[in-house]
Design a protein around this ligand. Structure first.
Ligand SMILES: NC(=O)c1ccc[n+]([C@@H]2O[C@H](COP(=O)([O-])OP(=O)(O)OC[C@H]3O[C@@H](n4cnc5c(N)ncnc54)[C@H](O)[C@@H]3O)[C@@H](O)[C@H]2O)c1
Ligand SMILES: [Zn+2]
Length: 371
């Protein structure tokens, strides 16, 4: 569907893909297209009244797109205060969120203000968390700049920071008011970062879309129609999240396929050297092996999963010297280990996922040992 995108002032028209996401408290639109950054100020004005706002970004993204966006915001009547944090997972902390809130107070932002996150998943999660807690919650606009953030993390309302004990253990559900996916910004994204996005895209394919899985297998990785791909992934995620926004039934937790072991790998690596998508790739290899052993996933399909991850430059084996016992230690902190019981997401068939309570600690240890 092409949505004709117009501001109140009718200053411009663009052919843009739009997906409407229905959160419990409000619905929001995800705009997907090219040239959107140059019109972001007006797009935001369609949803939020112009006022002081925090523009949170990182040291890689702000120098590339910060100026252009700030000028555009000002032209539309907004008053942005740019706050830049060091790039990388290490910025996703409670301390950093607190510092940003202090800077916002010093800049006289108030309950009428809003927050814009310009960056990858780290900035999306951190700026969203700041928006959730500043003055007990102000609106959040996501302007994702990585494939991972566009295809996954900017939609669904999960925000948060990491702790020494594990990933995303402090956070809030705070759905955005608007998401602007300008696929042009992906041109400056390094290949390794692009591949992080494919990890989540392959995850969506495994759990919900056998056809997309096949398209990814058959397609040329250098000729991807990003707008169409992102749109499909947002639809898959939105469909799941709309049924279970706060992960109260099993539905939303299906999105954790590959993440139980993936998060433990990230923690064991102290969030360095292995990026989120890479850890999830390894976690999906382990989950595919467990699915093969326990839930009848065909051996051929297990191999297809591993091959597809490889095709997109994602790791399917841990480096030889990786501290494997620490992965197992880190698993104890996983939120999914409710009341000591393992709730593990498996795929009995590509295109579908379910929970299994048959998976034992021994299975996990075995799958990690084989990575
Ligand atoms: N909230 C959710 O539902 C959800 C879902 C999935 C992942 N996540 C989180 O997302 C994070 C990972 O996100 P990510 O992979 O986007 O990492 P990231 O935000 O660290 O970005 C990756 C790197 O690319 C740089 N970068 C970003 N955009 C760029 C561009 N256009 N050009 C050049 N460089 C650019 C960044 O500065 C960074 O160095 C993790 O913290 C993960 O937990 C959250
Ligand atoms: Zn993820």
């Amino acid at each position: 569907m092409v949505f004709l995108f117009r501001t109140a002032k009718n200053k411009y028209r663009l052919g843009v893909n739009a997906v409407e996401v229905h959160a419990a408290k409000h619905s929001y639109r995800v705009l997907i297209g090219t040239g959107l950054l140059a019109n972001a100020g007006d797009a935001i004005k369609d949803v939020l009244s112009p006022t002081r706002c925090a523009l949170i970004s990182d040291t890689n993204v702000a120098p590339r797109f910060g100026d252009q966006l700030q000028k555009n915001l000002v032209a539309a009547g907004h008053e942005p205060k740019l706050i830049t944090v060091p790039s990388g997972e290490e910025s996703k902390t409670l301390e950093r969120a607190g510092e940003i809130c202090e800077q916002m107070l010093v800049a006289s932002l108030n309950r009428q203000s809003f927050v814009i996150g310009l960056g990858g998943g780290v900035i999306g999660d951190l700026s969203g968390f700041v928006a959730a807690i500043f003055q007990r919650g102000i609106p959040h606009v996501q302007i994702p700049t990585t494939l991972l953030a566009m295809a996954d993390s900017s939609v669904g309302g999960k925000t948060g920071v990491n702790t020494r004990s594990g990933k995303n253990l402090i956070g809030a559900f705070h759905p955005p008011s608007l998401v602007i996916d300008d696929v042009d910004v992906l041109k400056t994204l390094p290949r390794r970062e692009l591949n992080q996005g494919f990890a989540e895209i392959i995850k969506h394919a495994i759990i919900a879309d056998a056809k997309m899985f096949q398209q990814l297998e058959e397609g040329d990785p250098n000729k991807i129609d990003f707008a169409a791909m992102i749109r499909r992934n947002i639809e898959i995620k939105a469909q799941i999240v709309e049924k279970d926004e706060r992960e109260q039934i099993d539905e939303r937790a299906l999105l954790n396929f590959g993440h139980t072991i993936g998060h433990a790998i990230e923690r064991a690596a102290s969030y360095r050297d292995i990026a989120h998508g890479e850890a999830v790739s390894l976690g999906m290899v382990a989950a595919a092996n467990i699915s093969f052993k326990k839930t009848g996933l065909a051996e051929k399909d297990r191999d297809r999963i591993v091959d597809l991850l490889r095709k997109f430059g994602l790791p399917t084996q841990l480096p030889e010297n990786f501290p494997r016992p620490e992965i197992f230690e880190a698993l104890k902190f996983d939120k999914k280990f409710s009341r000591g019981q393992i709730r593990f997401v498996v795929t009995p068939k590509i295109g579908s996922a379910k929970f299994s309570s048959d998976v034992t600690i021994v299975d996990l240890r075995g799958a990690i040992g084989n990575l």
